[in-house]
Design a protein around this ligand. Sequence first.
Ligand SMILES: *Cc1c(COP(=O)(O)O)cnc(C)c1O
Length: 431
Amino acid sequence: MNAVKTGSHAASTLEKTPVGDLVDGKGHSSGAEWLTRYSTSLMGVFGTPQRVLVRGAGCLVWDADGKEYLDLLGGIAVNALGHAHPFVTSVISSQLATLGHVSNFFTSPTQIALAEKLLALTHAPPGSKVFFANSGTEAVEAAFKLARRNGASPDGTTGKRTKIIALEGAFHGRTMGALALTAKEAYRAPFEPLPGGVVHIPFGDVAALEAAIDETVAAVFLEPIQGEAGVRPLPPGYLKAAREATTKAGALLILDEVQTGIGRTGKWLATEDAGIVPDAITLAKGLGGGFPIGALLTFGEQTSSLLAAGQHGTTFGGNPVATAAALATLHAIESQRVLENVAVVGDYLRTGLAAVDGVTEVRGEGLLIGFDLDAEVAPAVVTAGLDAGFIVNSPGPRTIRLAPPLVLTKDQTGTFLAALPAILRTAKDAQ
Ligand SMILES: *Cc1c(COP(=O)(O)O)cnc(C)c1O
């Protein structure tokens, strides 16, 4: 085939250029050298990164200085199958080599197949639909716009329900709409005014919820387990009560499963056994196995038609590569019996943690785990953990969160449990 006619790239030295040459023309830099370059070129919103990571395989990653870590955070509940999963890697690269991006003027087989697959896995009722985005906050943003359409006339001028309810401690993302749903004052205050009408009510309090819901409420947003708030599950019965109250008032019940979905709790959805049918679900983090993708699922014909043609959109969302990555991830989770692993290893990990001296409470489900310490040393535990070769996260001063790859083994878990007492001692000594 003629390279010029097909527009394909001529075989040249370009194709033989390793990515390392693009990022590090000066020879291999140390972690410290990279971080100096980082601080002069990257915006400071994340603070100083803890390490410069260069490679991963399964549940392990390596930094620029060659040190190995057991990744118990999984890119914050993203790397469902660990790092460099051979099947996901091959599907992504073959899709990219076939067709990478087309815009939403067009569709592609992987996009359609993924939408069908997600509706099947979530037991969505007839008439349910999917909107693809690139991240969690974008999935929530779409859900926010969906909520604004609840009860509104076609042109939006009349009948709009003005209130949206979210919970204290909620985290729904960082873009303006999602931020309006997020509770944390430090995240919100610098950016006010935020989209209006959002009311935060006390966490897990059914009476407060029932008192807050009336016919002016467009939607209630709930995380089944609040991840950023330290892995805090909704109390039993809360979702059922929320479903009853929202149905009665004509408000949408929107479940944010961005962190808890896609096998994280040992089930496809954390809310799968709650005995309720929501109006919408947001997904993202684990969905692409590390590749960025988000999704809003709308349940039933009526909710699915709230956003009309032209009322929402995205350039990248649902592109062939992202949707192929998600299809590959879902297939691997199914065919490698990953959900069973999550249940077994999650139980083992929680039981082990509860027996560690200095651990006062263990929460969570499957491989989304939070545990509290008897002192405010969580940030020091993160540092001591890294020095000992473990990646963990501290969402609060005395809370540690684990959201490892869903393929974590019992052996790997055992290594961490054995190392934890010394990590806690080091952290306390460092205070
Ligand atoms: C992480 C998260 C988000 C935001 O997702 P991003 O991909 O970071 O935008 C939204 N909701 C929940 C529950 C999350 O955990």
